[in-house]
Ligand binder design. Structure first.
Ligand SMILES: [Zn+2]
Ligand SMILES: [Zn+2]
Length: 279
């Protein structure tokens, strides 16, 4: 149903897209606010309960950093909602797949794995492209203003970079008939991993690089190194695969991760202070 006579002049698929705006606002802003706030709360609690040694950089993000990252991320969410109108319209027109329901657990899980692998490749290559000197200033410099990122940097992109990030979804839905439930799960995981990658404090277990099951999955230190100076290293997002294959992984990554999760030795002075306090 058109909202008013002006909307009624628009093509029907665009009208349907516009009618989805409230849902898209709830989903796009909601998942960013929830993921970044929950990860920031976990970091805050960890720092106050003996996990402060896991902070990756000595430098601490300033309140101006938090503000810039937060408001830029809201702008990115607005870009996602606006472009979402056209994605819904394209689905209405049959240009993009709009699959309701499920193919069954096994195929849905396989599609979920496929979209992660696809997005990992897309992220690596577009990210690496945006580091090209001719593109960096327009697309990606804004994101790198966060030298010491916080979870709120998850969507801290300039508008051109937000458009590149958004473009993955219609591209995928043009080729792969993926159920909405799988897309929703993927977008939820994506924002959580994104907020974790910018957490500034290593959130992954001490043994992460020691088991073959987890060592190929990126950690907070992996992306933090990219922000703190290794601009031309560690372009990957979910997996280390492309950085390893293309030889762009920071050579000090594993040492830096080990340093992030190494519990500091207790000094004899600490033990004496505890003893004095106990007396
Ligand atoms: Zn980043
Ligand atoms: Zn970058």
């Amino acid at each position: 149903m058109p909202l008013d006579p002006i909307l009624a002049l628009l093509p029907e698929p665009i009208q349907v897209g516009i009618s989805h705006i409230p849902n898209m606002i709830a989903f796009d802003f909601g998942r960013y606010l929830i993921a970044s706030t929950v990860i920031a709360a976990i970091v805050w609690i960890a720092k106050r309960s003996g996990g402060a040694y896991r902070q990756i950089q000595k430098r601490v993000a300033r309140s101006a950093d938090y503000r810039r990252e937060f408001f830029a991320s809201l702008r990115t969410c607005a870009v996602f909602v606006f472009t979402g109108i056209f994605i819904v319209a394209a689905e209405q027109m049959g240009i993009l797949y709009d699959i309701r329901g499920s193919y069954g657990l096994v195929i849905d899980l396989a599609l979920f794995a496929a979209i992660l692998i696809g997005h990992d490749a897309y992220f690596y290559w577009t990210h690496r492209m945006m580091h090209h000197p001719k593109l960096f200033k327009t697309f990606h410099r804004f994101h790198h203003r966060s030298v010491t990122p916080t979870p709120f940097a998850a969507y801290a992109f300039a508008v051109p970079e937000a458009l590149v990030m958004m473009a993955f979804m219609p591209l995928w839905l043009f080729f792969v008939p993926t159920p909405v439930s799988v897309i929703t799960a993927f977008l939820a995981l994506m924002i959580v991993r994104n907020a974790m990658g910018h957490a500034g404090l290593e959130l992954h277990a001490r043994w992460w690089l020691k088991t073959p099951l987890t060592r190929w999955i990126c950690t907070t230190t992996h992306h933090d190194l990219h922000h703190s100076g290794n601009f031309n290293r560690n372009y990957g997002f979910y997996f280390r695969f492309w950085d390893r294959v293309m030889k762009t992984e920071a050579p000090e990554y594993e040492t830096a991760f080990a340093a992030s999760v190494r519990k500091p030795e207790r000094q004899p002075a600490d033990a004496q202070a505890d003893l004095a306090a106990a007396r």
